[in-house]
Every structure is written in structure tokens, then in C-alpha cells.
Design a protein around this ligand. Structure first.
Ligand code: ACM
Length: 689
């Protein structure tokens, strides 16, 4: 068994035991996520009571006052304490404070801002200092994560923390183009980002399927390009301010020249073919593309960008630039003539010509251009920041050529991949051959929430809690990589995010209740707990999905990396490995399989009684096969009997069948049981105790 697996398993068994025995993990374990650069535990505790106050010294800012007020609010929410002072004290002559915050200056919302902080908690109180108020905002989240309780009440453990991020850019992309994500959902995700010290919302605002922002200069953009689902300028301003209060930058993305169908519904003259155009309803890569040979489009974009720049003060501006196949360019004789006349050899050269023009427009607005486009020509301004999404090599290549980079590759949370995969995706791995100068050009990374298969009800569960692990990868030192430890803290943080209104946990139950209609839901929950949505690219391989299709099915309620299935797999690994944990694993697996087996009749009643569930009937039938095979296998292990090879062959064939997706979801425990049965074919099986 791999080292990691041993640790994960022992953490799981400890948690199961502690949960049963005491209901609470040991108080000495800190639940900080991301892990700070330096943490030193000191002796004693600082007790929290209703007299707790927060005082702001040093540089004053609205961000600090609001940030401290939010922390007080969350402390009262968590503890039920009736605090006498619900807002921070600004008066220097105020009585000694429970928590004293001192910032050197107001931070700017720009890359490379100082976000460090120093925190000291002693039995006498809490003191935090930081160069900027943004550093204090980061540190306040650490304070909240330190809150603990014992038989005498609430306390903060005495600690000394020195902390700063490893990477200056720790982003979350939200694609509001493919599915519109209303403003309140953006706001709560900003709160969650702040909770794990992320600092850039990359807001993907335009897509083939929707133009999601109000333009007063060109109103047909949102009027005809959005089905009425767009952010008003007032909403945008509100969100940018809300993010700023949390020390989060908002970088807009207007994806050009492809992914642009929705622009052309109102303004077909911008495109490389005459149109008319309608809003795209399917997912994929489409032909409608800006015509880079016409001066009018640059005039249009100059006016449009200037209007948008009044809403987005951030110095960075994303132009997209991905997935332009150039079909409309190939088919347009005037564009071909332009290319010949200007010595543009191919579509890459034409797109570079376009990018160079955009860069100049943005430069005049004081904006740094960011894009997905890796094939930058040598003459492109070195300010350009490339966001890498197709393998890491492009990132290394770009930093060697002198361009700053962001890593999105490996952080595609839309794809439904395991948390530990994203967690291991270090932008600068320890074995990197980059020079120090090149390393410094890697600014960080972004979790990308592409929204083909998420809507308002499910977006939180696709982002959280996995993105907290990505946040840690980007904030904490590279040595922080213990997967078992990450999962332990992730479980704590995940529940804390609920206090900010995130729905990643509660919507699971709600969606299953709706799917079950009037039928019992407990069995359905335990069933969906061990299945997972298919890997996204496989899910829509035939490109048949449309933007108005439902996002309310089992596949949508099912969670990426579901904890119950992960635990099941660990227990199987523990059983296979033998050793002292084997008995525990055997017991726990038996209980889990017996429960799932006993669930079957009522689960089938629920499924049969609710037509929307019929598509997962094959998975439920597969689960019944799995429980039978699993319990048979456990019985053999218990008796230390080796099965006949025919038994193994038949079971493996049945388990393979149980792995076939249905309703675009997969039964994860069928994979775990396959491992178990395969292990029984080994000469040394069944493992000795
Ligand atoms: C992308 O995923 N097309 C940037």
C-alpha cells in the first residue's frame, strides 16, 4: 500500500473511531486551510466571551472596518455568544481590545500586492499586524479557523503565525456565459474564496451561448445576446465593490475572436460571415468569429472596452483567444486577400495580428492583456500574461520567452476529477528546471468553473470544497502536500463554508428530495453517495447537450469525488494490504455493504416511482450485484479461503458491467470491488492477518 494510502486510511479510521467515541477531534489539531507559512503553537488559550472586542489601529479603511465586522458576525454565529460590541472599535482610547488589528496602509487591488500578516495569540489577547489591510483580511480568516471549544467554552489556541502566499495570483474562473450565474451566487462564492485566501475572480462574461453584461454603448449585445439573463451595470459595480472589500480582484473576460456568437446576434457586421446569427444552444466549438481585417471592429471594441473599463478597475483584462478554428476566415475571400496583402501566412498569424491590435487598445486603457492564446508572436508586448490550459509545457515555454504565466491546466474543476489530483498540481514542482527568474514569472493559477454542466443550484458543489485544496496549493509552501492531512482539514473547511451561504452540501439533500418525489429518500442518498458524474469530456462526447437541458438529474446532484466512495475505496485498499488495520476495514466494509444491500428494495421502489430516476436503474441494479459480490468476497477473506479462478472471472465480468455509466453517472464502488476481487487472484491472497 502506498504511504499516502496508509495515512489516509489511518486518518479515516481515527475519524470514524473518534466520531463514535467522543464526537470531536482532539483539540490540539489545527484546522488551518491553507496552511500558513509558519505556525508555532504557544502555551495556553485565549478565551472568547461576550466581552470580546476588536479594535482597529494603524491605517484605517472601509475594507478593514467591514472585514472586522464580518468576522465578529461570524463569531457570534458560530458561538451563539451575545457579544456586547458587535462592530469594531476605532477609538484609540478605547479599552484594551480582545483583538487588535494594525495595518500599515491600504492595499491596492493589483497583482503582487502584499498580503502577508503576523498573528500572535496569547492568553491575554490577539494581535495582528500587516503591511496592508488586505493582509489583515487574510489573517482574520486564519483567526476564525483557529476558533475551538472545550469543556470551558470557546477559545483560540495560543499561536504565533507568520504568513504570506507562495503565489500572488490565486484565482477562480466563473463561466457565466454558458449558464447564467446570478449575482447573489457570485457574491457567496467571493465569500468562500476569501475564506481560503483566494484573490482573483476571473469572470467569463461572454460566450457563444450568452452575452452576460449590460452595455449602454451597444445595447443589442445584452438585449439580443442573453435571453434576458445578464448582469446590469449596477450589479457589476456592486460585485466589484463586494470583491474589493474582501481583497479580491475582479478580472473580466470578453472572449475573442471565437466563442463570440452571442455578440453577432445584435451586431452581425462584426463577424467574418454575413449571418444572421442566433444564440448558440449547444456546447462545443463554433464557427462565428470576429473579422480582424475590418477597421470598424476595432472602433467598436475601443468604445466597448472603454465602457467596460469604467466598471472593472482591475489592471488585468482577459481577451480569451481560445479555440478559434478559423473556418469563417478560410471561407471569406476578402479576409484571404487581406492576409495575402499583409503577409499573414496562416490563421495563427491573423489571430496574432488581431491580438496585437487588442493589446494596443487595452494598453491605452491602462490594462494588461491576459489570454488563453499561447502562440504569441515575438513582437507582442511582454506585459501580456498567458493563462495556460493545455499542458504545462506552454507555460514553461512562455516564461522562458519572458511572458508571465498562470496555470489553469490541472485545475479544471468542471471535469470532475479527484481533489488530490488538483492538489498535486504544483505550478512549480520541486523538480522544475526553471531558473529563479523564470519561476518568478509564474504568477499562480486559477480553478476554472466552466459551466456547460452547472447552473445556479449545482455550481457551488462543483467548486467547493475541491477548490479549497487548490487554494492551499497556491497559497501554501510546496512542502505542504500531505493528502490525508488535506482531506482532514478540507472536511472542516467545507462545513464552515456553509455559514457563508454556500449550498454545496445542503443542495445534495434538497435535489434528492425533489428527485424522490414523495418516496423515502435515505436509500437514494446512500446510493448517490457512491456514484459520481462522468468525466465531463466523456459526458458530452457526442455534443448533443443544449444549454436549456435540465441540471436537476441524479448526475447533477451527485458530487465530484464523493467522500463515501473515497472512504470505501480506502477501506478496500486497507483490506488488500493486510496489516493491523485489516480487521477494522473488514468490519467497516461489511457494515457498509450490508446497509447498501438492505437498501435495495426501498431504493427500487423510489426509483420506480419517480420517472426522472429511471435512467439510474441500471446503476442501482449494478449496486445490488456489487453488494452481493462484495459480501461474498469479505466472507472469503474472513475465512481465509482462496476463491476458484472461475469464481473470480465471473465476478470480474459482473463488476465490469456494473461500471458502465448510466444517466451519465458511474458507480464508483464497482471499481473498488474490482480491485478487491483481482487481489484475491494473487498467489499470496487471501492476505494473512
Ligand atoms: C478553454 O478551456 N477553452 C480555455
Amino acid at each position: 500500500m502506498r504511504n499516502n494510502t496508509v495515512k489516509l486510511l489511518s486518518t479515516l479510521l481515527t475519524l470514524m473511531f473518534v466520531h463514535l467515541a467522543a464526537g470531536q477531534p482532539p483539540a490540539s489539531q489545527l484546522n488551518l486551510m491553507p496552511v500558513p507559512e509558519k505556525v508555532e503553537l504557544l502555551a495556553g488559550k485565549y478565551r472568547l466571551d461576550a466581552g470580546f472586542t476588536v479594535r482597529i489601529a494603524g491605517a484605517q479603511s472601509g475594507r478593514l472596518v467591514k472585514g472586522a465586522s464580518r468576522i465578529l458576525d461570524r463569531l457570534t454565529g458560530r458561538t451563539g455568544l451575545f457579544l456586547a460590541n458587535p462592530t469594531p472599535l476605532l477609538d484609540a482610547s478605547a479599552p484594551a481590545a480582545g483583538m487588535l488589528l494594525t495595518a500599515g496602509r491600504q492595499g491596492e487591488l493589483a497583482p503582487l500586492q502584499d498580503e502577508s500578516y503576523d498573528l500572535v495569540i496569547t492568553p491575554d489577547g490577539i494581535k495582528m499586524t500587516a503591511e496592508t489591510d488586505i493582509g489583515i483580511i487574510r489573517g482574520l480568516e486564519t483567526v476564525l479557523q483557529l476558533l475551538d471549544a472545550d469543556e470551558n467554552g470557546y477559545f483560540f489556541p495560543a499561536v504565533r503565525v507568520h504568513d504570506k502566499p507562495r503565489f500572488p495570483w490565486r484565482g477562480l474562473l466563473i463561466d457565466a456565459g454558458r449558464h447564467f450565474i446570478p449575482a447573489d451566487i457570485i457574491r457567496r462564492n467571493l465569500d468562500a474564496m476569501a475564506a481560503v485566501k483566494m484573490n482573483v475572480l476571473h469572470w467569463h462574461l461572454t460566450e457563444d451561448q450568452g452575452f452576460r453584461i449590460e452595455s449602454k454603448a451597444f445595447p443589442k449585445l445584452h438585449q439580443l445576446g442573453s435571453d434576458g439573463l445578464y448582469y446590469t451595470q449596477a450589479e457589476i459595480a456592486g460585485i466589484v465593490a463586494y470583491a474589493g472589500d474582501r481583497g479580491i480582484r475582479v478580472m473580466p473576460e470578453f472572449d475573442l475572436p471565437g466563442h463570440a456568437t452571442s455578440w453577432f446576434v445584435g451586431y452581425p457586421e462584426l463577424a467574418s460571415a454575413p449571418g444572421p446569427y442566433t444564440i448558440e444552444r449547444k456546447w462545443g466549438i463554433f464557427d462565428p468569429t470576429f473579422d480582424p481585417t475590418r477597421e470598424e471592429i476595432y472602433q467598436f471594441l475601443t468604445t466597448f472596452f472603454a465602457e467596460m473599463a469604467t466598471l472593472f478597475p482591475d489592471p488585468c483584462w482577459h481577451i480569451g483567444g481560445d479555440e478559434n478554428k478559423g473556418h469563417q476566415w478560410d471561407a471569406n475571400p476578402e479576409i484571404q486577400a487581406f492576409m495575402r496583402k499583409n503577409g499573414l501566412a496562416d490563421n495563427h498569424a491573423l489571430q496574432n495580428h488581431f491580438n496585437m491590435r487588442l493589446e494596443k487598445i487595452l494598453d491605452k486603457l491602462g490594462k494588461t492583456m491576459v489570454g488563453w492564446y499561447t502562440d504569441a508572436p515575438p513582437e507582442l508586448n511582454k506585459k501580456y500574461i498567458i493563462e495556460v490550459w493545455k499542458g504545462r509545457e506552454a507555460m514553461y515555454d512562455m516564461v522562458r520567452r519572458g511572458y508571465r504565466s498562470l496555470l489553469a491546466y490541472g485545475f479544471y474543476i468542471d471535469l470532475i476529477q479527484p481533489t488530490e489530483y488538483h492538489y498535486a498540481n504544483d505550478p512549480i514542482p520541486v523538480d522544475s528546471v526553471l531558473t529563479e527568474r523564470e519561476k518568478a514569472m509564474i504568477l499562480g493559477g486559477e480553478a476554472t468553473m466552466w459551466a456547460e454542466f452547472v447552473g445556479p443550484e449545482t455550481i457551488d458543489s462543483r467548486i467547493w470544497p475541491r477548490t479549497a485544496a487548490i487554494a492551499e496549493r497556491l497559497w501554501s509552501q510546496s512542502e505542504v502536500k500531505d493528502v490525508a492531512e488535506m482531506f482532514r482539514r478540507l472536511a472542516v473547511v467545507s462545513v464552515q463554508l456553509e455559514e457563508l451561504g454556500l449550498t454545496h452540501i445542503k443542495n445534495f439533500d434538497m435535489m434528492l428530495r425533489r428527485l424522490a418525489k414523495r418516496h423515502p429518500v435515505d436509500e437514494l442518498k446512500r446510493f448517490v453517495d457512491v456514484i459520481e458524474p462522468m468525466y465531463t469530456y466523456s459526458r458530452d462526447r457526442p455534443h448533443v447537450f443544449k444549454s436549456h437541458y435540465p441540471l436537476t438529474r441524479v448526475v447533477d446532484a451527485a458530487l465530484p469525488d464523493p467522500p463515501a466512495a473515497r472512504e470505501f475505496d480506502l477501506l478496500v485498499e486497507g483490506l488488500i494490504a493486510g496489516g493491523k488495520e485489516q480487521e477494522e476495514c473488514l468490519k467497516s466494509l461489511t457494515i457498509r455493504l450490508e446497509t447498501l444491500q438492505a437498501d435495495y428494495p426501498r431504493l427500487m421502489e423510489t426509483i420506480n416511482g419517480s420517472p426522472v430516476l429511471w435512467e439510474v436503474r441500471p446503476l442501482a441494479e449494478g449496486l445490488a450485484v456489487c453488494t452481493t459480490i462484495g459480501l461474498e468476497a469479505l466472507e472469503l477473506v474472513k475465512k481465509q479461503q482462496k476463491p476458484a479462478s472461475a469464481w473470480i472471472e465471473i465476478r470480474l465480468a459482473l463488476l465490469k458491467k456494473a461500471q458502465v455509466p448510466s444517466g451519465e453517472a458511474e458507480l464508483l464502488i464497482a471499481h473498488s470491488l474490482e480491485k478487491l476481487v483481482k487481489s484475491m487472484a494473487r498467489p499470496d491472497s487471501p492476505p494473512r492477518k
